[in-house]
Design a protein around this ligand. Structure first.
Ligand code: NAD
Ligand code: UGA
Length: 435
């Protein structure tokens, strides 16, 4: 099938590449000419494991191309995916200006019947909005259908998730249109759910908000564990064995960040309140999440009441492992708070160092965890990259000024770290530091 992808970001690039891998002819469009130039030179604008190899192969085999020319891309495609960004406004409402602009462009360049698919995460009702925009800008009255096909991939495992989805949701007003889209996914062997457009749009927000709720729930349990000397990791394990609950998304720590959970939870709160229903549960999820970074900083302050002149080694900067994405990364809030208290930060992240420089200019960027820990008064583990689990901690201890670890993601075993001679503090697992 001939497919056009509008918006070549995390979702558009991965989706387009995977559709090409499945044998389709795909044109990925972006308005950023630098991004398209990079991709045309075989360079990836984002870090995503396994992406580069797939892009290069599909491009060499002629199934995948990149362009800024939306007219040509629309004219040559029967299915058009809108994968543009949907950022939040200050009040939590989703900014749909990029979706609207993309819809208008598609309508303007239609040269025949098209299926237009919203893959961006958009509030309920956006399908109708896109439908109306296309209708108003479609002078030749070509036939078209607007479908919702939300994306559930995670950054850091995006290719794997796109090729092995837990489910595929297709929201369409006509079954035969849904079946056209279904053909694209037929070889993936995933459960497929065909719904109306509104339900598909809500499924996406409800899923993200539910996962965020699990995270804030376990973080509230972690607060109780901290006060009574219990271990939240054991609690999560004990809960997770119940198949109705499941162990996933019960990792206590610094809370959720990234480009999606924070904005999508707030957007659902906004939608609900616009309909006259205050979604208090989700408001509490947000509040709980927004307290996690300051809770961590309070823990550090309890050990170092005067931070002036202290040097902290931060390990991990990206909002989660296996990505260089710094959007709503907890590292930003924590580092800014420590710098405000007069501390100096040396940091290392396996991939996100370049992205960090522009956001946190006062941080000393190091080439390794060991370099970051040299002369440090404490090590702060912010993102649980796998390589941090296997550090030579004897070497780290020798390099540090004071061997103190604050583990924001419960990556390490407390007993083992203490046996090695570290003062060790983590989230919801017992001791609170004393100065
Ligand atoms: P992104 O910012 O990485 O990419 C969006 C791209 O769209 C940018 O490159 C931008 O230049 C381009 N763009 C915007 N308007 C355009 C236009 N009119 N014409 C051509 N290009 C245009 O965003 P993303 O992270 O890929 O997210 C896209 C959507 O998918 C959002 O709604 C997001 O919530 C959703 N989503 C994201 C993820 C994720 O893991 N990042 C997962 C599931 C769903
Ligand atoms: C999330 C969803 O998992 C995807 O299904 C969805 O498609 C995507 O949002 C989206 O809509 O954009 P992503 O943000 O890439 O994916 O990453 P997650 O692995 O879900 O992690 C999100 C945040 O939650 C991270 O900051 C992570 O550290 C945190 N988290 C996750 C926890 O604090 N505890 C957990 O148990 C799990």
């Amino acid at each position: 099938m001939n497919i056009c992808i509008i918006g070549t970001g995390y979702v558009g690039l991965v989706t387009g590449t995977v559709f090409a891998e499945l044998g389709n002819d795909v044109i990925c469009v972006d308005k950023l000419s630098e991004k398209i130039a990079m991709l045309e030179n075989g360079k990836m604008p984002i870090y995503e494991p396994g992406l580069e190899e797939l892009v290069v192969r599909n491009r060499n085999e002629g199934r995948l191309s990149f362009t800024t020319d939306i007219k040509n891309a629309v004219e040559n495609s029967e299915i058009i995916f809108i994968c543009v960004n949907t950022p939040p406004k200050d009040d939590g409402e989703t900014d749909l200006s990029f979706v609207k602009a993309a819809a208008k462009e598609v309508a303007k360049h239609m040269n025949g019947d098209k299926i237009i698919v919203n893959k961006s995460t958009v509030p309920v009702g956006t399908g109708d909005l896109v439908h109306n925009i296309v209708s108003e800008n479609n002078p030749n009255n070509y036939d078209y259908h607007v479908v919702s096909n939300p994306e559930f991939l995670r950054e850091g495992s995006a290719i794997h998730d796109a090729l092995n989805p837990d489910r595929i949701v297709i929201g369409a007003s006509k079954r035969q249109v849904a079946f056209r889209l279904l053909e694209l996914y037929a070889s993936l062997e995933a459960p497929i759910l065909i719904t109306d457009v509104n339900s598909a749009e809500i499924i996406k927000y409800a899923s993200n908000a539910f996962l965020a709720t699990k995270i804030s729930f376990i973080n509230s349990i972690a607060d109780i564990c901290e006060k009574v000397g219990a271990d939240v990791e054991q609690v999560a394990k004990g809960m997770g064995h119940d198949q109705r609950i499941g162990r996933s998304f019960l990792n206590a720590g610094l809370g959720y960040g990234g480009s999606c959970f924070p904005k999508d939870v707030k957007s659902l709160i906004h939608t609900s309140s616009g309909l006259g229903n205050e979604f208090s549960l989700l408001k509490n999820v947000v509040d709980t999440n927004e307290r996690r970074a300051s809770h961590f900083v309070d823990m550090i302050k309890a050990r170092f009441p005067d931070m002036k002149g202290k040097v902290f080694a931060v390990l991990g900067l990206a909002f989660k492992p296996n990505t260089d994405d710094m959007r709503e990364a907890k590292s930003i809030e924590i580092i800014e708070a420590l710098e405000k208290e007069g501390a100096t930060v040396k940091a290392f992240d396996p991939i996100a160092m370049e992205a960090t420089k522009a956001i946190l200019p006062d941080v000393t960027c190091c080439n390794s965890s060991y370099e970051a820990c040299e002369g440090a008064d404490a090590m702060l583990l912010i993102t649980e990259w796998r390589e941090f689990k296997f550090l030579n901690l004897e070497k780290i201890k020798e390099a540090m000024n004071i061997p103190v670890i604050f583990d924001g993601r419960n990556l390490y075993d407390p007993a083992r770290k203490r046996r090695l001679g570290f003062e060790y503090y983590s989230m919801g697992r017992g001791e609170w530091p004393k100065s």
